[in-house]
Design a protein around this ligand. Sequence first.
Ligand SMILES: Cc1cc2nc3c(=O)[nH]c(=O)nc-3n(C[C@H](O)[C@H](O)[C@H](O)COP(=O)(O)OP(=O)(O)OC[C@H]3O[C@@H](n4cnc5c(N)ncnc54)[C@H](O)[C@@H]3O)c2cc1C
Length: 495
Amino acid sequence: MVAKKPRVLIVGGGMAGLTAAHRLYTTASDLFDLTVVEAGNRIGGRIFTSEFAGDRVEMGATWIHGIGGSPVYDIARKIHALDDSTPWERMDGYPDDGVTVAEGGVVLDPLTVSSISTLYRTLMDTARAGGLPANTGPGVGSFLRKGLQAYRASHRGGAGEAVEDAVFAMNENTERTYTSADDLEELNLAAESEYREFPGEQITIARGYSRVIEHLASALPPGTIRLGRKVQRIEWSPDGGGTAPAEPPVKVILEDGSAMAADHVVVTVSLGVLKAKGGMEFNPSLPSFKREAIGRLGFGVVNKLFMEVEEGEDEVPSMELAFEQEEGSKRHVAKIPWWMRRTASICPIYGGSRVLLSWFAGKEAAELEKLSEEEIISGVHATLDGFSAVKVDRRCNGSAGRGGGVTIARVMRSGWGSDPLFQGSYSYVAVGSSGDDLDLMAEPLPSGGARMALQILFAGEATHRTHYSTTHGAYFSGIREANRLIQRYSNSSNN
Ligand SMILES: Cc1cc2nc3c(=O)[nH]c(=O)nc-3n(C[C@H](O)[C@H](O)[C@H](O)COP(=O)(O)OP(=O)(O)OC[C@H]3O[C@@H](n4cnc5c(N)ncnc54)[C@H](O)[C@@H]3O)c2cc1C
């Protein structure tokens, strides 16, 4: 009689889930009976390449953060996804020809901008190197602000406090999009020293990030990935289960009421889904160490807004936006809505593109999802007008028929916060949590005596202690959990 293969069910067809499936299938194809259930109608999860006004754009993951040692880079290069003839987002790398404009339209002296931005980077580098003075508080926000105060005390007669504040805040706003923290004071300062980045260039993927996902999926036998299958509840057996040969220890209940039995379930849904009430149920409920780690870690909203400039208008330069921090001050433009006021930049997605992009984080990112297209366009127009000196200078023959700014014809935005399958964008180590919580996220269940049963395993970006929040963190977590299963069965004494 042929022995039954252990049944592995992977929940989620994003980077972590598909990496785990790819690894299990390509390394041990005969060992497992493998299925991936994905609630959405596409694979990729927070990787989602799209198109806007003829350009290739990314709604989610955008950058390979450092090509040195990145597995995502290795795959993209291997499958020839790094070159293409269709123009793509940031095909020319980070824009380095931009101007920093103060609210009201004054182009700031590059020296002023660079001294404050260098101060900012030095402070963040200090935090990441772990060299913090003993009396620092728990949050990144106050550490940064103290750094700015100390700088001021030793650099009198600079560009003026309002301008320095505006440029410093611009850097903070960029950090908010990097981390997804609404308020940098919620970001755990001590944990910054554990975060790791790859060396080398940061690049985008010419043929789209989704190509990497499609490559992983293409190795799996047809029928392995089931789309539109939303898991509602996972029933497991903390006492070990699986002793009765006919009855696999885990039962996965789908939204349509059907059930799938499994020996091992790999949960890869986002931390946001695990945090949300009713996002994913477990019966019995998850042990307290897991629930508490889920509760303590941070998971914020980051969204991208693409804006198409009306045909025939002049090129818009890359603009970093230094907003006045004091309401009612001379340069404060009252018409600019609050949800635009913590946006760090408006940039063409590559030099010469008619598609502009801004990133939003936190409350502003959540608000962006609720607004109508007209409200967004009107808020963007007010902002472009409020920072319009650059445009006025550049377009003497202006024909847009609107103030000093350009006209936006239409917009496209991501909506990660309100999407029930994500409930946000990526994780961060919040004040009150630590890197240990990321390790706890990765702990398989049951823990304790029945540990080897590996009924529920956890992968996904929020389970990686040093590369959380990234595609490569998700990738590494998928490899880790696949290896855990492969190792479990390669050691026959554990069977
Ligand atoms: C706007 C934005 C920009 C980003 N930029 C970058 C970047 O530049 N570089 C970078 O490295 N990373 C970036 N990231 C982060 C990166 O996209 C993620 O870290 C990574 O893709 C997460 O992969 P994952 O497999 O852990 O989770 P996910 O991609 O969330 O996959 C989980 C899957 O589970 C599915 N699912 C959810 N609930 C259920 C259910 N009940 N039943 C079945 N399936 C379910 C979801 O539909 C999803 O497909 C960005 C993310 C966002 C949102």
